[in-house]
Design a protein around this ligand. Structure first.
Ligand SMILES: Cc1cc2nc3c(=O)[nH]c(=O)nc-3n(C[C@H](O)[C@H](O)[C@H](O)COP(=O)(O)OP(=O)(O)OC[C@H]3O[C@@H](n4cnc5c(N)ncnc54)[C@H](O)[C@@H]3O)c2cc1C
Length: 464
């Protein structure tokens, strides 16, 4: 019996235990888990899993230095996945990964459900930078920022030292957006977008802290659910009339609002934060309706801004993100971009699934088999344990939502299904909640791949 770990989110599948709640009995070997099964934490399907046997490790081998390396900037999911995919195809080309963080491989999606899954920040780290270097047969420079890129000479500069690349991959991620607020405590508003941010948050939180979350999108709702389950007092402030308003139709959004309220999350909907001031204890958060929330911490979760500065300074074309074509090629020769920093097919898709697909396509291109990235239907799992939710956003506008509900979420038997049909009755999107999530595989089959339905993903696919 082995344990296996999802490299995307760190979920452990233990063959000895199985997952009885997913109808996988104890003793089921990984190869016998049905292909239709998906990771309960990040929603990645079995066929898309990168599983490794827990405990497997390798000693670092010397990296051959015979040619200019592929240089990857960034050691997040995008940077490490493209390195891993490249190594599957090519064991010789030197790979250099440069990152300004510690280079640990960890599951970013797990940051917003770590309380429920009982994992401390250090337990979210699957591999250290040294272990990653060994696995990938790569050099990894941690705590290093790139000064500039010279795309003409194919050089990057690190501490004044020029390094030549054969291909350069920008996997720089995105910064958490901040709200423009008034008040003397604006700089003390917290954002959580990486492991370091999360460590700091865990250190700050006392027992029963009062936390205001600005933004009721995917990250805001997941943190609300998780922090509330950990016993904190949580308020969510959002301009919209229901949570997850960019992903869910109104009726499904109301179900989410009811579910969060049922565990004691206070929802300030149709409202907006205006100012944050220091108070005798914590902060006073003033809302647009002039009421004031007295809280210990203010957490801003209003979305992401792709990191484009380095590319822009190098003369590479940027817009909402670093602009690429379908081959993830930027406007500069031999420079590619993927992940949260990239704008591919005119879209920034800051989710796990697109990154995995981008990384696979890019690895093929890097070994000389030019491969465009193609997106199948890619539902996103929202890790609100009080009401688990799967969203496949509509692929084009002009259709209508209809919602069926059965059971009661507060009795643990909620079953919500919203379907988005176009004028020809073609299903272009769906939302499944609670017990309804079991229908994911069935609905996936009915939904066309992106590009087959006369449209690509719409703005709602951008992370709220
Ligand atoms: C709390 C949270 C929950 C999430 N939950 C889900 C989910 O449930 N499902 C889902 O699909 N997606 C989820 N996501 C999104 C998903 O985690 C991201 O899309 C993905 O991790 C982004 O990977 P990345 O490699 O593009 O960026 P990052 O992980 O941000 O990596 C960027 C890397 O670039 C490095 N870097 C940046 N600038 C420089 C520089 N100048 N020099 C050197 N290095 C630099 C950084 O140090 C870092 O290593 C979640 C995100 C968050 C924050």
């Amino acid at each position: 019996m082995f344990k296996w770990e999802c490299l995307v989110c760190g979920f452990i599948y233990d063959e000895a235990v199985g997952i009885p709640e997913h109808d996988i009995p104890a003793g089921t070997r990984w190869e016998d888990v049905p292909e239709s099964w998906y990771c309960p934490e990040c929603g990645v399907g079995k066929a898309d899993f990168q599983m490794i046997q827990v405990g497997q490790s390798a000693e670092p081998n010397p990296v051959p230095e015979q040619s200019d390396p592929v240089i990857i900037l960034g050691s997040g999911l995008a940077g490490y996945t493209v390195a891993r995919e490249l190594r599957k195809l090519d064991s010789d080309t030197p790979i250099l990964i440069v990152t300004r963080d510690g280079g640990e491989f960890y599951s970013k999606p797990a940051l917003s459900n770590a309380f429920q899954t009982g994992r401390l920040p250090e337990q979210l780290v699957t591999f250290s930078a040294v272990q990653m270097a060994a696995q990938l047969q790569a050099q990894i420079r941690t705590r290093t920022s790139i000064e500039r890129i010279d795309t003409e000479a194919q050089l990057i500069y690190l501490d004044g030292e020029p390094l030549r690349y054969r291909a350069l991959v920008l996997a720089l991620g995105a910064d958490a957006r901040r709200l423009e607020l008034q008040g003397d405590a604006v700089d003390e508003v917290i954002t959580v977008n990486d492991l370091e941010d999360y460590r700091r948050l865990r250190q700050k939180l006392g027992v029963d802290s009062r936390i205001a979350i600005l933004g009721g999108g995917l990250i805001g709702c997941e943190f609300a659910n998780d922090l509330r389950h950990a016993g904190h007092e949580v308020s969510v402030v959002d301009r919209a009339s229901w949570p997850l308003s960019r992903l869910l139709p109104a009726q499904a959004g109301e179900e989410m609002a009811n579910a969060l309220a049922s565990i004691g999350v206070r929802l300030e909907l149709g409202n907006a934060p205006v100012a944050v001031h220091r108070a005798a204890q914590g902060y006073a958060l003033r809302l647009a309706d002039d009421r004031v929330l007295e809280v210990d911490y203010v957490l801003c979760a209003i979305g992401l801004a792709p990191r484009v500065d380095l590319a822009r300074a190098a003369g590479i074309s940027v817009s909402g993100g670093i602009v690429t074509d379908a081959f993830l090629q930027t406007s500069a020769r031999n420079v590619y971009a993927l992940g949260d920093c990239a704008q591919v097919h005119d879209l920034v898709l800051p989710y796990v699934m697109p990154i995995m697909l981008q990384a696979r396509a890019l690895a093929q291109t890097l070994v000389g088999q030019a491969t465009p990235v193609a997106y199948p239907s890619m539902p996103v799992t929202i890790k609100t344990s009080v009401l688990p939710t799967i969203v496949a956003s509509p692929m084009s506008a002009g259709g209508e939502w209809s919602t069926e509900r059965a059971g009661r979420w507060d009795k643990g038997i909620a079953h919500v299904k919203s379907i988005y049909l176009d004028q020809q009755n073609q299903m272009l999107g769906f939302v499944l909640m609670g017990g309804g999530t079991k229908e994911k595989a069935e609905l996936q089959k009915r939904r066309p791949n992106w590009g087959e339905a006369g449209g690509g993903p719409t703005a709602v696919d951008k992370k709220a």
